[in-house]
Design a protein around this ligand. Sequence first.
Ligand code: SAM
Length: 437
Amino acid sequence: MTDQKTPRSLPLSEAITISAQAIGEVMAGRSLTEVLDQLDVHERPIVQSLTFDALRKWVRSQEFIEQFIPKAPPPEVEYLLCVAIALFLQNGVEGKGYAIHTIVDQAVKACSEYEPTMYAKGLVNAVLRKVSLAVQAENEKPYPPDPIPMFFPPWWRASLKRNYSKAWQAMLIQQAQRAPLILRVNAKQHTRQEYQDLLKQAGIASELISEIAGVALDSALLLREPVPVSDLPDFYSGAVSVQDAGAQIAAVLLDPKPGDRILDACAAPGGKTAHLLELAQCDMIALELDGERLGKIGGNLDRLRLHSNAVQVVRGDASKAAWWDGKPFDKILLDAPCSASGIVARHPDIPFLRREADIKALQQRQRAILEQAWKMLRPEGTLLYVTCSVFPEEGEEQAIWFSAEHADALRLSAPGQILPAELNDGFYYALFKKNGP
Ligand SMILES: C[S@@+](CC[C@H](N)C(=O)[O-])C[C@H]1O[C@@H](n2cnc3c(N)ncnc32)[C@H](O)[C@@H]1O
């Protein structure tokens, strides 16, 4: 998911109400992507923007609520306050956006959804007025009070501190920022230069991203001022996709050649499948376990005009062989299910949803898929193991375990752990070649 300019298509009060409800769903353990996917097209951009910012400023909002309300408010009022407080904080940071009185008025109006409304309205009005003054006073100080305004569970912070003693704070601060909009130009339709010219003609400024972690990229463009995808030239005819630059190196590292038989073992929603097909006309099986997510692969390939007889989208479990016809693959992309701890800037609900025990369980699932994938790779073939995680249990520990278990696995050069930075999310990459018999 990516941040777009806050479109004002829905009255702010309604957007605040829906956003507070979406936060309630996240707190009940639902993925925000699933919740947002159910909204109408005119609702989604503004609700997404409000909800992302509310989750990013969670710790600060909670501090204000505790400071100004002695007894914890009901959850629906708390979430509504978080959305409004994040708007103050965001305005403070950026110096633009909604006027303070508009935020207060609209948040009070949003209370009409709740009972007993008189109590909620009075409370929200009083608290937001106090918070707005406190935020203004804070902004006049030379340094913000808390460098990490976002919520990360204690076990998460402790793991990063242990594994990245110098970089951990910078990583968390980075992940609490709005993520930039990064595009991947479809090489089947345009060179990057051609598409950059099209953007320019449409009045959209872009910059090249030429490499990530030493891997050259010739498809990535950065838009510092994000725009809705509907404003991107030829988006609906497949000229371009939204994809983080750290994710774009996957297809480059796997290096597809025309006619290669490739398995994308964990493929939905198909971002990397599509990139591989943009680079070479290969024989592709895009495998996915989740039936609902499977549909998204077809949708993406349709838009990008990448369907052909050589591409099969298959529902199946990559840790089992039931779906496989026994024909070995030349190359396998294993973009494994993981904690997603590297892509928090684009999915700020992740720290609320993960539990510490998930990491070991995910490690076991990743190992089961790696084991099965290795059996399906031909001798001399290559397997790229990828996760969008910053926890070593899902990255380097897995590569070390795999090398120790498989004497026929030769480790080739790959970036290893990539930490979240301004232009890329956090990923882990390991590349293995299967030695001949
Ligand atoms: C990190 S996402 C893949 C993202 C995708 N490669 C892209 O670039 O758009 C991992 C995917 O693996 C799927 N998955 C999880 N376990 C699986 C399994 N055993 N076999 C196949 N797919 C699986 C998940 O449903 C999820 O869609």
